[in-house]
Write a protein of this length. Structure first.
Length: 131
C-alpha cells in the first residue's frame, strides 16, 4: 500500500509538503511530513444522502457539511431554502459526512422490554424434573 493511500492524501500533496520532486524515490526510514488537509483542488467530493431531522434548518445543514447554501439548493433542485423533516438531501461534501450516519428510516418508538416468563426459570426447572 502506498503512503499516500494509507493517509488518504495525494502523493503530490506529500511531495509538496516535503519539498520533493513528484517522482522521487524514498529511502527506507526517511521521515516525511504528511499534510492533514489537502487543497480543495486536489480532493474529490463524495455524495452523501442526509435525511432532514426535526430542528434542522437549510442553512444549518449547509453549515454542518461545509457547503454553500446555493450549492445545496442546486443539488436538490429546490426553489426555496425550506426543508421539511424526512426529506432526503443530496450533498456533495469533502471527505464524507461529519458526525452523522447515512440516511435511513428511523423509528421513534422505543421498544419495551418483554415481560419475564410467568414463574421464572425456577418453575421451568421444576417442571423438567417432574417429567
Amino acid at each position: 500500500m502506498s503512503i499516500a493511500k494509507k493517509y488518504r492524501v495525494t502523493s503530490a500533496a506529500i511531495a509538496d509538503a516535503n519539498s520533493l520532486e513528484r517522482n522521487t524515490a524514498l529511502d527506507a526510514g526517511e521521515k516525511l511530513i504528511i499534510p492533514a488537509t489537502q487543497p480543495q483542488s486536489e480532493t474529490k467530493r463524495r455524495l452523501v444522502s442526509y435525511r432532514v431531522r426535526r430542528g434542522d434548518t437549510f442553512l444549518g445543514i449547509a453549515d454542518r457539511f461545509s457547503v454553500s447554501a446555493e450549492d445545496l439548493r442546486k443539488w436538490n433542485r429546490l426553489k426555496s431554502k425550506k426543508v421539511g423533516r424526512g426529506m432526503v438531501l443530496r450533498i456533495y461534501t469533502l471527505g464524507g459526512a461529519p458526525e452523522t450516519s447515512p440516511a435511513r428510516a428511523r423509528s421513534n418508538s422505543k421498544k419495551k422490554p418483554s415481560p419475564p416468563a410467568a414463574g421464572g426459570a425456577a418453575s421451568g426447572a421444576a417442571a423438567a424434573n417432574r417429567n
